[in-house]
Design a protein around this ligand. Structure first.
Ligand code: AMP
Length: 112
């Protein structure tokens, strides 16, 4: 298993502002927020990116989206954008799968 900063957050080796945690996933505030609300939802399983998942991850991937719903319900976030950057050209900098929840401002389409 390679090491990465999100694994360190999962293992509580470095601090994070954790908003939600269960057996499968953990969610915390992004340290460099790109919107007034910027939350990351990550699986505890080490997955580098969406394109490395397969059918065996079906339940896990569904779970992550339902965690997005749970968090946005809890914090009464009505309008939000969910982003997965897959690969460095798409903006991925941390190679542990994560969903960005962005909210609290307007967003352009198409994204930059
Ligand atoms: P991405 O560019 O899609 O790979 O997103 C990685 C995100 O992780 C960026 O938005 C970073 O600001 C965020 N990030 C990096 N290190 C930390 C950390 N220690 N705690 C919380 N968020 C982090």
């Amino acid at each position: 298993m390679s090491d990465n900063i999100f694994l360190k957050i999962i293992n509580k080796e470095i601090p994070a502002d954790i908003l939600y945690e269960d057996k499968i996933s953990i969610a915390f505030n992004d340290v460099n927020p790109q919107a007034p609300t910027h939350i990351l939802v990550i699986p505890k399983k080490e997955i580098k990116k969406l394109s490395t998942t397969d059918l065996s991850d079906q339940d896990l991937l569904g779970h992550l989206l339902l965690v997005v719903k749970k968090i946005t319900d809890k914090y009464q976030i009505k309008d939000y954008r969910v982003v997965i950057n897959n690969g460095s050209k798409a903006g991925q900098t941390i190679f542990h799968l994560h969903l960005h929840i962005l909210a609290g401002r307007s967003f352009n389409w198409p994204p930059g």
